[in-house]
Design a binder for this molecule. Structure first.
Ligand code: ADP
Ligand code: MG
Length: 374
């Protein structure tokens, strides 16, 4: 894989870059968004090297692309482009269609430096990994940079097919993500522990499997712990659990390495957070750990009453000096809201792709970068 960070000034000077970002950000997360801050690293690097930047991203999931008009306002990148413009302190021109000839001319003629195409998923070619659509995109730039780790497990035109047409590089954010993950995959300082919470267990079991021989403990909470409880026939009432994963949860629940909450916070028959004793126990295990991988909250954190478990563990991690990597949309967003990000060595913005990568599954977007040989 070739990295943008290794390209020299001479190569970059005067070129136009097609930069794939993941700007699929909820409106209420636009303020203080870590994704926008990370995106600004690569954008600023390119601007400093006199490169014009054309940003590519998607937003949400358009339902039927042939009938896109009524969904356009909801799924537009307009607000995102404004928020990003504030973060990088540069005007960003948003093109509302995919008329590549016109766009190319506008970019060439403009004195502005940063541009963005509208939600790529408005064109069916994006999710179909269409060579044609990718070729059209590639016409706009001299080289391509993937800085969207969070979509690199998807076979989409702006992530995969585009690398058939342009010299392709990993951006600064993508490089940070890969290096952090490789650090925990190859020779992590031990003891290594994994903390798993959140809603679905199916994506998370893959990580336990992959790391099993290296881990000392898996600390469970949230819907993940509830699923193990249900699999062990411990009544969970109306609590959130993953009904489709009971069989696999039952198999894994026998493992001595997997630790379950010893007390929980229950309201109206629902388990909503881990309890005080569990927090104490988990914190003391965290203190012993040298490497920590964490994905998914310990409770129903949308309600402040049930944030204690998640917040307490984030604090406990802060007291340990070794490597920690935390990911997952909801988990990272709470850590940022509570200003606990300094406690974590690396906060991943990879979302579901983090679990994908750590489970050892294929990442087509990264393979495409590896194969690129312009
Ligand atoms: P992340 O986005 O961090 O990867 P997930 O998407 O897997 O995490 O799950 C996050 C969701 O899980 C949150 O919306 C949170 O409210 C919910 N959740 C976790 N534990 C519970 C619980 N005990 N009861 C209800 N919801 C829970
Ligand atoms: Mg989530």
């Amino acid at each position: 894989m070739k990295y943008l960070s290794q390209l020299n000034k001479k190569y970059l000077n005067g070129k136009t870059c097609l930069l794939r970002l993941d700007l699929n950000i909820q409106d209420d997360e636009l303020k203080n968004s870590l994704r926008l801050k990370r995106a600004s690293l690569t954008i600023n690097f390119l601007l400093k090297n006199n490169v014009k930047v054309i940003i590519l991203s998607h937003k949400g999931r358009p339902e039927n692309v042939s009938n896109i008009e009524h969904q356009k306002s909801k799924l537009s990148l307009k607000d995102v482009s404004k928020a990003l413009s504030d973060v990088v302190d540069k005007k960003i021109i948003l093109f509302e269609n995919f008329d590549f000839k016109k766009i190319k001319k506008a970019v060439n003629d403009s004195n502005d430096k940063v541009f963005m195409l509208e939600n790529l998923r408005f064109n069916s070619g994006e999710e179909n990994n269409s060579k044609n659509f990718a070729k059209g995109l590639s016409f706009l730039g001299d080289f391509y940079v993937n800085d969207a780790f969070a979509v690199s497990h998807r076979e989409n035109a702006s992530v995969c097919a585009i690398t058939d047409f342009l010299p392709s590089y990993a951006g600064l954010e993508l490089e940070m993500e890969i290096k952090a993950f490789e650090k925990v995959i190859k020779n992590p300082p031990k003891p290594l522990i994994i903390i798993l919470g959140g809603a679905k267990i199916s994506d998370k079991i893959g990580v336990i499997k992959k790391f099993y021989s290296k881990i000392s403990w898996v600390l469970t909470g949230g819907g993940v712990a509830n699923t193990f409880f249900a699999a062990k026939n411990i009544p969970v009432g109306k609590s959130l659990y993953d009904k489709n994963s009971l069989t696999i949860a039952k198999e894994w629940s026998k493992s001595k390495k997997i630790i379950f909450p010893q007390d929980v916070k229950i309201e109206n028959g629902e388990i909503l957070d881990i309890g005080k004793k569990t927090i104490e126990n988990y914190s003391s295990i965290i203190k012993k750990a040298k490497t920590i991988i964490w994905n998914g909250p310990m409770g129903y954190i949308e309600n402040e009453k049930y944030q204690n478990g998640t917040v307490s563990l984030a604090r406990a991690i802060g007291k340990s000096r070794d490597f920690s990597i935390v990911g997952g949309g909801e988990t990272t967003s709470l850590i940022l809201k509570k200003h606990l990000e300094k406690n974590i060595k690396f906060l991943s913005i990879g979302g579901g792709a983090m679990l994908w990568y750590l489970s050892g599954k294929k990442m087509p977007g990264l393979e495409a970068l590896d194969k690129n040989n312009f």
